[in-house]
Design a protein around this ligand. Structure first.
Ligand code: NAD
Ligand code: MG
Length: 382
């Protein structure tokens, strides 16, 4: 594998910092060209000093001067609007999109148009604009490789297989911290409880999404676009140990699974090196330990977000973008203690029911529907 030049968008986040750990392990295989952060300029400055990228971007403009003063050897860009430029630089081979939310969409689109290899952690890109992105991919040399552990598992199960032979995708879910809660107990959930995931250590937004299981809903939409598979052939299953990261059943009844400890570095390095593999210094499974792998069905009544996401993709058009924007606002309002936990799915459901849009689907109209949904979702009172 020749040395790969990386743009890491969202380098100060959970995925971004783990990607930099991989670069630390393999300085002969990866070179960092771009690092970006939204507001954590101090961590970004440390990263810039260590990895010496050509460009660094800070989203929050009030910190640009601080960053410039600390990092005089790097070109500093100021403001999120420049992210797509950095995602399409000639000098970059792989764009790792580790931004969170709809804010990542424009960079994925720009990277596709610039024929990049894209390691996609930002699942929201495919949720809001899967149709637009898959059309653009057909016209481009770009490759879209998932970082999400479930989709990385699917890709690994599909190595050497024909996609036409997929009968079903079984996407596993830990069930999050409230798997065993009753519906009544869900009313009392606090932000602190929702931010405490049993198996994974992740950014705040995805941690709350995992607790409501909206994360699984978003991932079903992500799998639908990545593997060109209808939603009714994607079955979510609760697997509390998070050892099997997903499975594929083929038309002859055989199923393949991909296993490993819950560690995002494994799917990150696979996305960066795909279709090859590279050694990774990380903890291995101990097969001498007694291991119980259990499965249970998803309770759609207790976790309505999964149903809402599946319905949104069946409806198509702008519905998944409305679902996503309403969810981003609802999660933010819940973390700000403005609304209760069970209002998250309520806000999403109301937004889907009340926002209508007849314009054709493209990147510009997507922006408008996102904005309108945010305004609506903010206006729903407690
Ligand atoms: P995080 O909150 O830890 O980090 C997000 C990064 O993006 C930070 O560097 C932040 O500065 C930057 N950022 C945030 N908002 C921004 C904005 N509006 N504009 C520009 N930059 C912004 O998030 P994370 O947990 O690393 O997740 C990143 C993405 O990866 C999400 O889409 C998430 O769903 C996905 N993902 C994460 C994990 C995980 O284990 N953390 C697993 C699977 C998928
Ligand atoms: Mg996942």
């Amino acid at each position: 594998m020749k040395k790969q030049k990386l743009a890491i968008l969202g380098s100060t986040g959970s995925i971004g910092t783990q990607a930099l750990d991989i670069v630390r392990q393999h300085p002969d295989k990866f070179e960092v060209i771009v690092l970006t952060a939204n507001s954590n300029w101090k961590l970004l400055a440390e990263q810039v000093k260590e990895f010496n990228p050509k460009y660094a971007l800070i989203g929050n403009k009030s910190h640009a001067k601080d960053l410039e003063n600390e990092c005089s050897q790097t070109n500093i860009l100021n403001g999120k609007e420049h992210l797509p430029e950095l995602a399409s630089l000639n000098s970059v081979d792989i764009v790792l999109n580790a931004l969170v939310g709809y804010a990542g969409f424009d960079s994925t689109l720009a990277a596709i148009r610039a024929d990049k290899k894209i390691a996609l952690a930002n699942k929201e890109s495919l949720v809001v604009g899967g149709e637009i992105l898959t059309e653009e991919l057909k016209r481009s040399e770009a490759k879209l490789i998932p970082v999400d552990s479930e989709h990385s598992a699917m890709l690994q199960c599909l190595a050497g297989e024909s996609w036409d032979d997929i009968e079903k995708i079984i996407i596993t879910a830990s069930g999050g911290p409230f798997r065993a809660f009753t519906k009544e107990q869900m009313h009392q959930v606090t932000a602190e409880q929702a931010l405490d995931h049993p198996n994974w250590n992740m950014g705040a937004k995805i941690t709350v999404d995992s607790s409501t299981m909206m994360n699984k809903g978003l991932e079903i939409i992500e799998a639908h676009w990545l593997f060109d598979i209808p939603v009714h052939k994607i079955q979510p299953v609760i697997h509390p140990q998070s050892i099997i990261h997903s499975m594929i059943t083929f038309i002859d009844g055989s199923s393949k699974a991909q296993l490993g400890l819950p560690d995002m570095k494994v799917p990150i390095i696979y996305a960066l090196t795909y279709p090859e593999r590279l050694d990774l210094d990380t903890q291995r499974m101990n097969w001498n330990e007694i291991l119980n792998l259990t499965f249970e069905p998803v309770d759609f009544d207790k976790f309505p977000c999964v149903r809402l996401a599946m319905e949104s993709i069946e409806k198509g058009g702008y519905a998944p973008a409305i679902l996503n924007a309403a969810n981003e606002i609802a999660v933010q309002r819940f973390l700000n203690k403005e609304i209760g936990y069970i209002q998250i799915p309520e806000i999403v459901e109301k937004s889907l029911a009340n926002i209508d849009w007849n314009d054709s689907l493209n990147a510009e109209t997507l922006k408008e529907i996102d904005k309108e949904t945010r305004t609506y979702a903010k206006s729903i009172i407690k």
